[in-house]
Design a protein around this ligand. Structure first.
Ligand code: NAD
Ligand code: ZN
Length: 341
């Protein structure tokens, strides 16, 4: 079968042949219909320091997908051949304390599909059946293909009560823009989002942000005055991984504010801890999606009218995967979908 793999320890990604995967007793094999390209895939594509230290070569990459069940392991219940599914890309151990308590997103032994084990950019993918998630008929393939990053946005945005609150999102990448849509959907007051990329800020506006701020041209503090905020943001969602963005978030939070941190900052990032301490801020780190509460909430929000469809800006047949990766690398895109059919 065809797969997209990291074949060489250098920039790039290559189409190659791999054997059809073996379906273990507790696994399902999924025939892949669509995949989406994640920022993580771009790190692997560019072969940056993180990728060099993390990714075994050769390996099939990718973890955002929708497909249908093609084979079911002997011990698996609850799935049928042909079921349309996406899946949780974090494979957890199942026997640590957090896993046993149903807090699988906090498993210490998490392995990533397409990061630590064979990924979804292939004609078929094998994962534990417990990681597959059935997609209701009224949810499109495009939406199902991006449940992984939509889940990052959902897990982060729903970490704190947003109803009636002033929300600051730093970073209008695909996840930040989806978080803006979610914040509006659940009844936030002002949803202000920052970036340095106008294309992405435009997209975030389309998704429902009430005010976008290009921080290379405008000051966030001026914008707060303009929208009538006299105290500070109630909730911050850090989605840029940029230290300067996080510092300005700390400065613009109200006392007692709450911050959910998804963006992955560089090792050397320093912050002014006085902002945290004297404002009594609460900061929560976010990794992945809650298994599987986040997945049920995503379905429910889409079914109750949340529209994140503008985030998908590009589609390519898998034969044009190179164009897909280039579109992602350009910074002039939301989510890019590769069609395997
Ligand atoms: P992305 O890289 O597409 O988006 C980040 C955005 O931040 C970009 O649009 C960039 O222009 C913007 N940015 C850069 N400097 C800025 C500044 N000073 N102020 C405001 N914005 C600035 O990433 P994404 O796919 O949307 O993911 C968002 C972040 O979350 C990334 O850091 C990613 O690594 C991280 N992430 C974390 C998890 C997790 O489980 N914790 C999962 C997925 C992604
Ligand atoms: Zn575990």
């Amino acid at each position: 079968m065809k797969t997209l793999a990291k074949l060489h320890a250098e920039k790039g990604i290559w189409m190659t042949d791999a054997p059809y995967p073996e379906c273990g007793h507790n696994d399902v094999v999924i025939k892949i219909h669509k995949t989406a390209i994640c920022g993580t895939d771009m790190h692997i594509y560019h072969w940056d320091e993180w990728a060099q230290n993390t990714i075994p070569v050769p390996m099939t990459v990718g973890h955002e997908f929708v497909g249908e069940i093609a084979e079911i392991g002997a011990e698996v219940n609850g799935f049928h051949i042909g079921d349309r599914v996406s899946g949780e890309g974090h494979i957890t151990c199942g026997h640590c304390r957090n896993c046993r308590a149903g807090r699988r997103h906090l498993c210490r032994e998490t392995l990533g599909v397409g990061v630590n084990r064979t990924g979804a950019f292939g004609e078929y993918l094998v994962i534990p059946a417990s990681n597959a998630f059935k997609i209701p008929n009224d949810i499109s393939d495009d939406m199902a293909a991006i449940f992984d990053p939509f889940g990052n946005a959902t897990h982060t945005a729903l970490s704190f009560d947003l109803t009636g609150e002033d929300v600051l999102i730093t970073g209008a990448g695909p996840i930040g823009a989806m978080a803006a849509a979610i914040a509006k959907h659940v009844g936030a007051k002002n949803v202000v989002i920052t970036d340095v990329n106008d294309f992405r800020l435009e997209l975030a506006k389309k998704m429902g942000a009430t005010r976008t701020v290009n921080v290379s041209q405008e000051s966030l503090k001026d914008v707060m005055k303009e929208v009538g905020m006299t105290e500070g943001f109630d909730v911050g969602l850090e989605m840029s991984g940029n230290g300067t963005a996080f510092s300005s978030m700390l400065e613009c939070m109200n006392h007692g504010g709450k911050i959910a941190m998804l963006g992955i900052p560089g090792k050397e990032t320093t912050i002014d801890w006085n902002q945290v301490i004297f404002k009594g801020l609460i900061i929560k780190g976010i990794y992945g999606r809650e298994m599987y509460e986040t997945w049920y909430k995503m379905v429910a929000m889409l079914q109750s009218g949340l529209d994140i469809s503008p985030i998908v800006t590009h589609h390519f047949p898998i034969s044009q995967f190179k164009e897909g990766f280039e579109a992602m690398a350009s910074g002039q895109s939301g989510k890019v979908i590769l069609n395997w059919d």
